[in-house]
Ligand binder design. Sequence first.
Ligand code: HEM
Length: 131
Amino acid sequence: RDDTYFQSIIDTVPDAMIVIDETGFMIAFSPAAEKMFGYLAGELIGENVNTLMPSPDHERHDGYLRRYRETGNAQIIGKGRVTTARRRDGTTFPIDLSIGEAEVDGIRIFTGIIRDLTERHERTRRLHVLQ
Ligand code: HEM
């Protein structure tokens, strides 16, 4: 299968997809991710994934990756995590983060899938107000 096959999948998945190398530099950013975060892929390729999160994770994320490289002890890979992300304009929003790991041509990459939970949280809030 050629690259356009995978590109067409990445282009149509409604959840944001972000690929990083093992030091946290972004190497792919899907169209859904562009919409979710307010950046164009071209602006973020080569930037640290910590651009997309608020403190204290922003300062700590390099350390999380280092810890995982050194110990192999996964906290999110294979489990998922509900956490908080940050848009270009600085506003934050709740996300469901899934992370996968793969090796491509001898290089270790991580694939992140992000679902925006804003609507789900808003619906739950309204339900509570109604009760
Ligand atoms: C680890 C937060 C995005 C890859 C972590 C940890 C936190 C975190 C808190 C450490 C977990 C712990 O030790 O308890 C976030 C936040 C994100 C984000 C708030 C919001 C945008 C991403 C993305 C990727 C990624 C998009 C990959 C494309 C990793 C990896 C680890 C990690 C590989 C270490 C492995 C593991 O603990 O399972 N992240 N992250 N992160 N993150 Fe992120």
